[in-house]
Write a protein that binds this ligand. Structure first.
Ligand SMILES: *Cc1c(COP(=O)(O)O)cnc(C)c1O
Length: 371
């Protein structure tokens, strides 16, 4: 029986071949006689799994050697507190700047207020279609400890297509990005980044693992109140083994990185192949929405998310019938986030183009019946 296509925003679908491999290795990993879940995190077997995962991630995302890769816990929201506790101490004024572009960046700014001054440098306007405020209009504070943005707003469907060059804006502070919902879907320009964090459960693996990729020079500035397990210096010095890391989630993430490295699309491989496929998937869906009179997306094409596509029916009373018929057609989890309503299709790396084709077919058929 074919599996349904799962458009969940997170925890999200994983590639079938990866789940099959994990199932095959569940009881006995590589002749070790035990499941990865049952291994000591300091034993040779798990250390090899963890080191390979880190090496593969570094290779896939072309992370420079001046950055450390940390495997942490606490999720994206945990980092909303952990980042200020680690970085706000870099400036005497304990100020950080925030660019508010949707629900997640607002949460980050609100949480940071517990640790210092969380200055709003810019926010998206209320006009539709939504456009990102151009960096030249940002009101950065004099000497912030860092500047934070969410590079893909999962709920609002807004994505930065390129990262701002803070130095060109006269700001020396490091840029911190919450890339939870589009990490490993496209390259990251590390020249512009000080720290990137991501919960794993959108594009990488199971919930419980949080990736932090941070410049060496940003370690060692934690505020005294920062718990040791969340002090980047401590975590980095201990190779993410200060305490027990989420071992099984790291193992699955490692399988995802191997899967990503195997991907090909025309002459492209790895991340380039996945990006090309993500562009094609998003285009297919946005083209369908834009050509229709029944469906609507409210984000300007300059900043539409490739990963999360929120859309609305012209007649809202059709939302429930749309979802019910979609479920029958094997299309799951298309309900919009409760804060915005409507519909949302998340097209993470593991969603094949065939899933989007079936969705678009369903949308055409539904419009023919109800349009
Ligand atoms: C899902 C998500 C989060 C939340 O992460 P948790 O792991 O639930 O704490 C944070 N930021 C973004 C952009 C997300 O998409």
């Amino acid at each position: 029986m074919a599996r349904p296509f799962n458009f969940s925003a997170g925890p999200a679908a994983l590639p079938l071949e990866l789940l099959e491999q994990a199932a095959a290795e569940m009881l006995d990993w590589h002749g070790s006689g035990v499941s990865v879940m049952e291994m000591s995190h300091r034993g040779r077997d798990f250390m090899s799994i963890c080191e390979l995962a880190e090496r593969d991630l570094r290779e896939l995302l072309a992370v420079p050697s001046s950055f450390r890769i940390l495997f942490m816990q606490g999720g994206g929201l945990g980092q909303n507190a952990i980042v200020p506790m680690n970085l706000m101490g870099r400036s005497t004024s304990r100020t950080a700047d925030f660019v508010l572009t949707g629900s997640w960046s607002i949460k980050s700014q609100v949480e940071a207020q517990r640790y210092g001054e969380a200055h709003v440098a810019a926010r998206v306007g209320i006009e539709r279609p939504v456009r990102l405020p151009p960096p030249s209009t940002w009101q950065l504070s004099a000497a912030p400890s860092y500047v934070h943005l969410c590079s893909n707003e999962t709920i609002d469907g807004i994505e930065f297509q390129g990262l701002p060059d803070l130095q060109a804006l006269g700001c020396d502070a490091p840029l911190v990005i919450d890339c939870s919902s589009h990490i490993a879907s496209r390259p990251i320009d590390w020249r512009r980044v000080g720290l990137a964090y991501a919960g794993a459960q959108k594009n990488i693996g199971p919930a419980g693992l949080t990736l932090v990729i941070v410049r060496d020079e940003l370690l060692g500035h934690a505020l005294p109140i920062c718990p040791s397990v969340f002090d980047y210096r401590t975590v980095a010095d201990q190779g993410s083994m200060f305490n027990t890391p989420p071992t099984y989630a790291i193992y699955i993430a490692g399988l995802t990185f191997q899967w990503l490295k195997r991907q090909t699309e025309s002459a492209l491989t790895g991340l380039a192949a996945i990006e090309a496929r993500n562009i094609a998937k998003a285009k297919l869906l946005y083209d369908c929405i834009d050509a229709s009179r029944l469906y609507r997306n409210d984000v300007d094409p300059s900043c539409r998310s490739r990963m999360n596509v929120p859309f609305f029916l012209a007649d809202e009373s059709l939302t429930e019938p749309f979802l019910a018929q979609a479920r029958e057609a094997g299309l799951l989890q298309l309900k919009g986030h409760k804060s915005v309503g409507g519909l949302r299709a998340s097209l993470y790396n593991a969603m094949p183009i065939e899933g989007v084709q079936v969705l678009v077919g369903h949308m055409h058929a539904f419009e023919a019946n109800h349009g």
